[in-house]
Design a binder for this molecule. Structure first.
Ligand code: G6P
Length: 614
């Protein structure tokens, strides 16, 4: 949610910033802007994508020379996406420029006070208030820019990652964070700040992850200083990133989403590497083993997440209850944090997040920790805030996920949840030896089975042609595949803008059935062995009302293939693992439909990959 990149060094900064913005564009893409400092402080901003900004700068023949610069790609919170609300924002005297990711919650109070002091504002943003505040505090106290930034942040309530450039201090770059991520990259005679490591990795793999309330001042001579808001120095370890630049490219695919769908045989395998051995009969997660004593005695599991990660969590509920026999609840992180939940030290809380930066999930973890629960993270981005905040955890190792619609992170999360449930069930003696071995064996061969489904891409595309003009769609599933129905519907609505709903198949008759007519595609996940006859009845109910049935069936199915208008066959697996397969055709179906409707699949409107505001 908003991408930030900044550079201080010997090279011309503008091309590096533009390159960095392209890497960060997945975080927000309604407008972007750059500030470059040479003799003048030049600011360029444009509504639209980074390309629109570049074209604008070229057309204006803008002066982009300078070795200190910063750029921002926006996901609007305060003020509609337009040129004036794009970042960077300038102080009244035009000498201080600021970019910001987050929300200044007390901006209205600050703004009124500044207006009384004679400040005039050009945008509708909360960010512009902060840069005027810095200017005011600097002028009033005759302070250095570092002190002015720090003192201004003391007055701010809210979340921020900011970078500041001051025309009067051309050898200094200042950054600060609270709740929104900011990474400091240390190259050879050059320094970077970024919302994540993606714009930095091309130049250096040495980074420092800034902590909440850190303010960093980077000097061109190579000195840097990190202090907290009370001006106390804090020390941070330099970390080495294990990220390859190719992982941030499309690698021959037309879109990141398609690349990420096709990566799933490899990413699921990677999530299990060193954690399972069916032949020897074990599944172990290092993050859990150290704390197994505490975890296995838990009276309850609470899974917390947002978006697609919340759908993985729902599958986790089925897995933990069936395999480990521990009562399990699933919470939207945003709801959990704003009620007064009952949590005790006997609870095992698991937070799921691809980015590791989702603001609501972070806040929910803090609350659970305060109340004494043990909190475990299932996270993709290494070094992210959630990975650092949790008591223990397992990385899913899916590699960077750039398409805004989550695909490979979902299957890797489900793979980790399956491993956790098996490990816990076995430790607690709640799963029979036979079932344990059967599930381990089934889990190990999931990647090959995903490959077989991907081979049906052309067939799935042909189904997409048939339903691409629908205005609504219904997704039905039961048991383990009910969360997959929710995920299938989410994938379709977020990238194709077709209204879609996921429902437990049996609940359809309590409402959604009223919507069914000859124009309504109904995607039914019909692979469950246990409730097969029930699903057959649900399909009959749809057919009786002339709905268009698209069924996901097992390859040995004989009945539903005769009833459905279209079907996709997927390999059979143990029922608890079926979501890892049944979701794949739904991802491809959404991808093709969105493409056929002319939508931007990697950057759907209004969305952002990482939601760092509440
Ligand atoms: C945003 C993204 C979703 C994602 C959700 C949770 O809404 O667009 O794809 O599922 O945030 O993100 P997280 O990084 O916590 O999994």
């Amino acid at each position: 949610m908003c991408g930030i990149v900044a550079y201080l060094g010997k090279k011309q900064a503008y091309p590096l910033i533009v390159d960095g913005l392209r890497k960060l564009e997945y975080r927000g893409y309604d407008s972007s802007g750059v500030a470059v400092l040479d003799e003048n402080l030049s600011v360029f901003k444009k509504k639209g994508k980074v390309n629109d900004l570049v074209n604008f700068v070229n057309k204006e023949n803008g002066d982009t020379s300078g070795t200190i610069a910063m750029g921002h790609t926006r996901w609007a919170t305060h003020g509609e996406p337009n040129d004036k609300n794009a970042h960077p924002h300038l102080s009244g005297n035009g000498e201080i420029a600021l970019i910001h990711n987050g929300i200044i919650e007390n901006y209205a109070t600050l703004k009124n006070a500044l207006i009384d002091l004679g400040h005039e504002f050009k945008s509708d943003t909360d960010t512009e208030v902060l840069v005027h505040l810095i200017e005011e505090i600097q002028k009033k106290g005759n302070l250095s820019i570092e002190d002015a930034v720090r003192k201004s942040l003391e007055k701010v309530v809210g979340a921020y990652a900011i970078v500041v450039i001051d025309k009067k201090s051309p050898d200094i770059l200042i950054g600060a964070r609270n709740s929104s991520p900011l990474v400091f990259g240390l190259g050879d005679d050059e320094f970077f700040l970024g919302s994540d490591a993606s714009p930095i990795i091309k130049y250096t793999n040495k980074v420092i992850y800034l902590e909440d309330e850190d303010v960093i001042t980077i000097n061109r001579n190579g000195d840097y200083k990190i202090v907290n808001l009370q001006n106390k120095t804090s020390t941070h370890q330099i970390k080495e990133l294990d990220l390859k630049i190719e992982e941030l490219e499309k690698g021959g695919f037309d879109h990141f989403m398609l690349k990420e769908i096709y990566q799933q045989p490899a990413t699921i395998e990677q999530s299990m590497r060193g954690r399972i051995n069916a032949a020897e009969g074990w599944a172990i997660l290092g993050g859990m083993s150290k704390h197994m004593n505490r975890i296995s005695k838990s009276k309850r599991i609470i899974l917390m997440a947002c978006g697609t990660s919340w759908h993985s969590a729902l599958i986790g509920e089925y897995l933990f209850e069936e395999i480990a026999r521990i009562p399990t609840e699933v919470e939207y992180a945003s709801e959990f944090r704003y009620r007064n939940p009952i949590i005790t030290e006997d609870d095992f809380v698991i937070a799921l997040s691809q980015s590791g930066e989702t603001a609501d999930t972070l806040a929910a973890i803090e609350l659970a920790k305060e109340k004494g629960a043990f909190v475990y993270g299932i996270v993709n981005v290494v070094g992210s805030s959630i990975a650092r905040l949790t008591d223990a955890g397992s990385y899913i190792h899916a590699g960077p996920e750039i398409g805004v619609a989550s695909t490979k992170a979902f299957t890797s999360q489900v793979s980790i949840l399956s491993l956790m449930a098996l490990y816990l069930g076995h430790e607690r003696g709640k799963i029979s030896g036979g079932d344990y071995r059967e599930l381990l064996t089934a889990l190990e061969v999931i990647p090959q089975k995903v490959e077989e489904i991907l081979d049906q891409n052309d067939h799935i595309k042909s189904i997409a042609t048939e339903i691409k003009n629908a205005s609504n769609a219904l997704y039905l599933g039961r048991g383990y595949n009910f969360p997959v129905a929710l995920e299938g519907a989410l994938k379709l609505k977020e990238i194709s803008y077709i209204h879609a709903e996921g429902y437990p198949a049996a609940e359809m008759k309590h409402g959604p059935i009223a919507l069914i007519d000859m124009y309504m595609p109904v995607v039914v996940i019909a692979t469950n062995q246990s409730a097969y006859e029930k699903i057959v009845s649900n399909i009959q109910e749809v057919k009786a009302r002339k709905g268009i049935v698209i069924a996901i069936i097992n390859e040995d199915d004989t009945i539903i293939r005769e009833m459905a208008d279209f079907f996709v066959e997927i390999p059979t697996t143990a029922e608890p693992l079926s979501p890892l397969l049944s979701v794949i055709p739904l991802q491809l179906l959404s991808y093709h439909i969105a493409l056929m409707r002319g939508c931007n699949v990697d950057q759907p409107r209004n969305l952002a990959k990482s939601v760092t505001v509440e």
